[in-house]
Write a protein of this length. Structure first.
Lengths: 309, 179
């Protein structure tokens, strides 16, 4: 099989295991491409992609833009801060106006959960969800699994703990779906106030003691505390959070085994992980960033190949 | 569907030796020459030629790589199926080298056009030549011809040339298959 089962990438839950395998296999080839002296292929030279960012982003936006350019697509960048959205234009109107300029694919980040799904039902373009509120961030989950596969050889039967602000995290939800689909065991760990009430219904373990969680796992994916999404106080102080749920070198070295540390970025150094952990041999944070470009090239290439001429 | 033998194992073997000798005639000690097998089917031929050069003509410094052209093809989004890629393995410098592309069947020439673009990503070769086991005459879409050819055949567009290799298909042979 060499075709995705979907026409849009709205979330991991809409994919199947074969789709993920195909994306990874394609990403392997693109990883080789982006390490060549000339890192560009001409596949998508007749495709135009609009990156619509209704919410701030540095890494994801740059990563998508680079992936699109490495595939030779034409790229339009839009961020809501300087747009007519501020004048009251609706999402469908904004996107349809952009599509009337003959755009084939839309990469969108939006603060509202389900924005990508909504858009896919109302406009004629292939939609890639680059994060929708606290719902999903599929390309991040794909690159996280891909990085684990690269480091440990496989994701099957690996134990992964996601630590931190699970409540506000789209990375956590997408990661849970992706890891479980590939046969990994997943645990979430964090202050009780930041763990959604019925998350165990997704088949994940729940732990509130960081040391116990780290001793259990092969991989720890440390999430950022999303202060910008917090309307109330979920823990007494950042200092207390760092003491209870932050990973430092002393804790890491005292574990029974050597685990892998991941972080989707941006890092709050000294809060969820200390600098010496982020820069340690066990951290694959920068591998994740490099793999992000290869994964996004694979997703865009596979979706674009389904756009009829 | 009927099929006809174009070349049997003995004939394939003779041709492979002739092609290897023709390469030696031009490239002598292969000190500035690299062989590039084109994925997916050209790599078997490339491996064979390299093996003959090494084992029978004692040329030990053969540099052999594989090039995948999927992302450079000109029919992306034109067929029903997504084009699946293969791996590229070029672990040497191509800049200023004499490159020999190796493929099993030369048909429209479009794969070679894609390979000419793809190889540029690795540097600027001094020159590029093409070696093909089977040259299908009168079917070219582009002005591309082989420098070394095993056998020239006249095949109509409705027919297919299938090259088998013992490593993959249990025998060395070339068949003409009527669809």
């Amino acid at each position: 099989m060499s075709e995705l089962s979907v026409n849009h990438l709205l979330g991991i839950k809409y994919l199947n295991k074969k789709d993920i395998e195909l994306i990874f296999k394609t990403a392997d080839h693109f990883k080789e491409v982006i390490n060549r002296p000339i890192k560009k292929v001409p596949s998508l030279r007749d495709i135009t992609i609009a990156n619509l960012f209704f919410e701030n982003s540095t890494r994801t936006k740059l990563s998508f833009e680079l992936a699109e350019k490495r595939l030779s697509a034409d790229v339009l960048n839009f961020s809501s801060a300087q747009s007519s959205v501020k004048k009251g234009e609706t999402l469908i109107d904004t996107v349809n106006n952009i599509l009337s300029m003959k755009v084939d694919m839309v990469v969108m980040r939006h603060p509202n959960p389900g924005a990508g799904v909504f858009l896919s039902k109302h406009v004629k373009a292939s939609i890639v969800n680059a994060g929708d509120g606290a719902h999903e961030h599929p390309t991040q989950a794909l690159l996280d699994s891909y990085s684990i596969r690269e480091k440990l050889g496989s994701v099957v039967d690996k134990k992964v703990v996601i630590v931190g602000d699970i409540l506000h995290s789209r990375v956590a939800l997408s990661n849970i779906y992706a890891l479980q689909m590939q046969g990994a065991e997943v645990m979430v760990c964090g202050p009780k106030t930041l763990i959604p009430k019925y998350i165990d219904k997704l088949g994940v373990k729940v732990e509130t003691n960081l040391r116990t969680a780290l001793n259990w796992c092969d991989v720890a994916n440390m999430l950022r505390v999303q202060n910008e999404r917090m309307d109330i106080s979920y823990f007494p102080s950042t200092r207390e959070y760092a003491q209870q749920f932050g990973v430092n070198k002393v804790l890491l070295d005292s574990l029974d085994k050597e685990i892998i540390i991941m972080h989707p970025g941006p890092i709050n150094r000294g809060v969820e992980i200390t600098s010496d952990v982020a820069d340690s041999r066990q951290s694959i944070i920068l591998d994740q960033v490099q793999n992000g470009v290869a994964i996004r090239m694979a997703v865009i290439y596979l979706l674009a190949s389904k756009i009829k001429q | 569907m009927s099929q006809k033998v174009l070349l049997n194992a003995k004939e394939v073997n003779i041709i492979l030796h002739r092609l290897a000798c023709q390469l030696i005639e031009k490239h002598t000690d292969f000190s500035n020459t690299v062989l590039i097998g084109l994925q997916p089917r050209g790599i078997f031929l490339a491996n064979r030629i390299a093996k003959i050069l090494k084992e029978e003509y004692h040329i030990n410094n053969i540099q052999l790589g594989y090039l995948d052209i999927t992302f450079y093809r000109d029919d992306f989004r034109r067929g029903d199926k997504t084009l699946a890629a293969n791996s590229t393995e070029i672990n040497f410098i191509v800049e200023d080298k004499n490159v020999v592309f190796i493929d099993d069947v030369l048909y429209t020439g479009r794969s070679i056009r894609a390979a000419l673009t793809a190889i540029q990503s690795f540097g600027r070769p001094n020159e590029i030549e093409l070696l093909a086991l089977i040259d299908r005459r009168f079917s070219r879409h582009l002005p591309i011809q082989p420098d070394y050819r095993g056998r020239q055949v006249d095949v109509i567009n409705e027919e297919k040339v299938k090259v088998n290799w013992i490593e993959n298909d249990k025998e060395d042979s070339v068949y003409l298959i009527e669809k």
